[in-house]
Design a protein around this ligand. Structure first.
Ligand code: HEM
Length: 145
């Protein structure tokens, strides 16, 4: 991500903050529309879940230029998610739902440039969430030609 893209993610998230509950509602509504079976994965209270998600997203956005802060935080979050029974396609739908939520609260302020910046940021976040040690502990032998 370029510094300009990081800035776009930060400023657009700040713009969405006054409507953050609405944003989170849109996000989960869209996620469950695309992934109806995923509703069963959420066993807790959805009001609390929206709050937890918003808090975590805020932290991730605030630390977007600081991989040393972001990495352990998102790695731990990913480890927790591993136990929820989440499949790779859920991550794709979640990213689309996140963009949908932002678009619906920011409207014309969610420019194509901002959308691209968010897509990159999301990929960056989930890469850190899913980069488990078994894939990078140094014991993995890469194939050589
Ligand atoms: C950037 C992406 C994501 C972020 C920032 C995020 C954030 C969070 C946070 C902060 C929690 C609360 C963890 C806790 O209680 O300690 C959580 C729980 C959860 N997340 Fe995510 N999440 C993301 C992606 C996903 C995806 C792709 C799914 C798949 C559908 C998912 C499903 C869940 C479920 C099922 C729970 C547990 C809810 C419950 O206990 O009822 N998350 N997430």
């Amino acid at each position: 991500m370029t510094p300009k893209q990081q800035e776009l993610v930060r400023t657009s998230f700040e713009l969405a903050l006054p409507q953050q509950e609405k944003f989170a509602e849109f996000l989960y509504q869209e996620l469950f529309r695309m992934e109806p079976k995923a509703i069963a994965l959420f066993r807790g209270n959805m009001d609390e879940q929206r709050t937890k998600l918003l808090r975590m997203l805020r932290l991730a956005v605030e630390n977007i230029g600081k991989p040393e802060e972001l990495q352990p935080m998102l790695y731990n979050l990913g480890m927790i998610h591993q136990s929820f029974g989440i499949e790779p396609h859920h991550f794709i739908s979640f990213g689309q739902a996140l963009v949908f939520g932002l678009k619906n609260v920011l409207n014309e302020k969610f420019t194509p440039e901002t959308e691209d910046a968010w897509k990159d940021a999301y990929h960056y976040f989930i890469l850190m969430m899913t980069n488990f040690p078994h894939a990078s502990d140094g014991n993995v032998q890469l194939p050589h030609n």
